[in-house]
Design a binder for this molecule. Structure first.
Ligand SMILES: NC(=O)c1ccc[n+]([C@@H]2O[C@H](COP(=O)([O-])OP(=O)(O)OC[C@H]3O[C@@H](n4cnc5c(N)ncnc54)[C@H](OP(=O)(O)O)[C@@H]3O)[C@@H](O)[C@H]2O)c1
Length: 267
């Protein structure tokens, strides 16, 4: 398919051609370097696997080893994302062998739900530190090696838009991340860098293992969805391929809720 021409304005968003037939070429990530922060397990690991299956040269990172997925599938590095210097060095190392970073996905997250009425300041602050502050500092580092067309995706949550009990730090961080994406979309648009959010509903991972194991909470969460089940990490892969690839070249500052209809459901 020939490149789509853009008559005037920002030519970063002209679609490059690829060897695959339309429309599959839109999702082709061959030749693209994709960095996934928070890929040792769960959603981040599965997103990294999916991006790699679409042809991306994927590098994942997390504080602990990635045991869920074979090292053949994507390159993996140990890195604490709250250590700005360590992540900066990781980006520089990636750029030294791959020239630049075409997409950055921030999937790292922690949660410290409170057993008492209000979350204590320490847990609030630890949550903000990883889920929001590290997201921004890592984005600043990755941006040093990014030029348009490129894509940044933050993994947020239904908590970015809705109030939930017992975890204000998580809701504040995810809501902040949602707004950060919109603000960065404005600041980076001229450079051809798009910034969007992928907001999962309840997905079966280590983070939600406790509520999934509790039959009452498990059922309550199913009843809140339209589609009548919990999500699996693989349910998010279609949306990340869309947001990272040329399929979304005219999409920025948006949220895609992959939540089984949680945020759409009334009664
Ligand atoms: N599961 C859900 O229902 C759900 C719903 C909405 C949103 N989310 C969001 O989706 C993302 C992934 O969650 P998950 O369910 O897959 O949880 P998870 O299984 O607990 O995975 C969290 C990931 O974040 C990484 N991480 C946390 N702190 C880090 C740090 N300081 N440095 C580097 N990596 C760090 C972890 O790696 P290490 O521990 O190895 O560092 C791990 O890879 C999170 O942002 C979460 O808030 C999850």
């Amino acid at each position: 398919m020939d490149g789509v021409s853009v008559d005037e304005g920002n030519t970063h968003f002209a679609s490059p051609s690829s060897g695959l037939p339309f429309p599959f070429s839109l999702f082709d990530l061959r030749g693209r370097t994709v960095l996934v922060a928070g890929a040792s397990r769960g959603i981040g690991a599965t997103l990294a696997e999916g991006l790699s299956a679409a042809g991306g040269d994927v590098i994942g990172c997390g504080r602990t080893a990635c045991e869920q997925i074979s090292s053949q599938v994507f390159d993996y590095r140990v890195c604490d994302l709250t250590d700005g210097g360590a992540f900066q060095a990781l980006c520089a190392d990636i750029a030294s062998s791959r020239k630049n970073i075409d997409a950055f996905v921030f999937s790292a997250g922690v949660t410290y739900p409170s057993q008492s009425a209000l979350q204590n300041m320490d847990d609030f602050s630890r949550t903000i530190s990883t889920n929001l502050l590290a997201a921004y500092s890592c984005t600043l580092s990755a941006l040093q090696w990014m030029s348009g067309p490129a894509s940044i995706v933050f993994i947020t949550s239904v908590n970015s838009a809705l109030g939930f009990p017992g975890n204000p730090g998580y809701a504040a961080a995810k809501g902040g991340l949602r707004q950060l994406a919109k603000a960065l979309a404005v600041d980076l648009g001229d450079m051809g860098i798009r910034v969007n959010c992928l907001a999962p509903g309840y997905v079966k991972t280590a983070m939600t293992a406790e509520s999934y194991a509790d039959s009452t909470r498990r059922r309550q969460r199913i009843q809140r969805t339209i589609l009548g089940r919990w999500g699996e990490p693989v349910d998010l892969v279609g949306a990340i391929l869309f947001l990272v690839s040329d399929a979304s070249l005219y999409v920025t500052g948006q949220d895609i809720f992959v939540d089984g209809g949680w945020t759409a459901k009334g009664l």
